[in-house]
Ligand binder design. Structure first.
Ligand SMILES: Nc1ncnc2c1ncn2[C@@H]1O[C@H](COP(=O)(O)OP(=O)(O)OP(=O)(O)O)[C@@H](O)[C@H]1O
Length: 255
């Protein structure tokens, strides 16, 4: 059996002034290398669950444990600064709008986490360029974000999320702002660069087509898990292996 990379046990989370808990006794295990879609109606707690799993929001009760390369870490009991170090070192994030810096080029945006981690600029930029190439953006590294299409910009965000070697990528509506053809391309890139390389993907989505490409769909309603199963009808298609012989990112994010 594949070991869990992330486990959550009976998570409770209430926001001030909210009439009902956003998470009400949610327990979930995510296996290493798995792709999990989190679905449910608006307000059902999807983003809160993603943020709780990733240590972005503290929970009121329950535990989140990350089974990382150096052993198990109880995310929910860490201080804010240790949670933020954990996120920086092990987790990657992709949001609906990539939150890229428009004044910087694609390669500069992807290099940023490496520069913050202490890499020399030349090394950071060459590593960033390799990621952009692998995501089908060869030759576009010098363009500013505004000079890219929505789908290209989202692939830059996918590169940035993983360039430091994230073992889990958390994505919140990564295709929500894209048309359906572009969504497919971006999802291919996201799946191919995560589960296609043995990494783990947890993705919040409203889109059944996105969820159907994941190995598992967790459906929330009113802060509780109502269903947790494989997509109906077919095994998850996962993502394509990246073109180019030997594309594989090692643990520190190099290609
Ligand atoms: N910062 C906050 N302060 C107060 N209430 C919040 C906050 N964030 C979320 N909530 C409430 O918690 C509940 C769950 O919100 P959450 O954003 O997790 O749902 P969601 O399923 O991701 O919704 P959507 O699909 O609309 O993004 C909702 O009732 C929401 O109003």
């Amino acid at each position: 059996m594949t070991p869990s990379i992330l486990t959550a046990h009976r998570l409770l989370k209430s926001y001030d002034r909210a009439p009902a808990p956003a998470l009400d006794e949610v327990s979930i295990q995510v296996a290493a290398g798995e792709s999990v879609a989190i679905m449910g109606p608006s307000g059902s707690g999807k983003t809160t669950l993603l943020h709780a799993l990733a240590g972005i929001v503290p929970v009121d009760a329950g535990q989140v444990t990350f089974h990382g390369p150096t052993g198990a870490v109880e995310v929910s009991s860490l201080s804010e600064s240790r949670r933020s170090a954990l996120r920086r070192d092990h987790f990657g994030f992709v949001f609906q709008q990539g939150l890229l810096i428009p004044e910087l080029t694609a390669v500069e945006n992807v290099s940023l986490p490496l520069l913050l981690a202490g890499y020399r600029r030349q090394d950071a930029e060459s590593r960033a360029a390799s990621w952009l190439d692998a995501l089908g953006l060869a030759g576009m590294g010098g363009r500013r974000i505004g000079e890219l299409s929505g789908g290209q910009a989202q692939r830059v965000a996918i590169a940035r999320a993983q360039v430091t070697g994230a073992s889990i990528v958390f994505a919140d509506e990564p295709t929500g702002a894209l048309d359906s053809a572009t969504s497919v391309e971006v999802l291919d890139a996201l799946l191919g660069s995560t589960v296609g390389q043995g990494r783990t993907l947890v993705v919040v989505t409203h889109d059944e087509d996105v969820a159907a490409r994941c190995a598992r769909i967790v459906r929330l309603r009113d802060g509780r898990i109502r269903d947790d199963s494989a997509p109906r009808g077919a095994a998850a298609t996962g993502g394509p292996r990246f073109a180019g012989a030997g594309w594989s990112a090692d643990e520190d994010g190099s290609l």
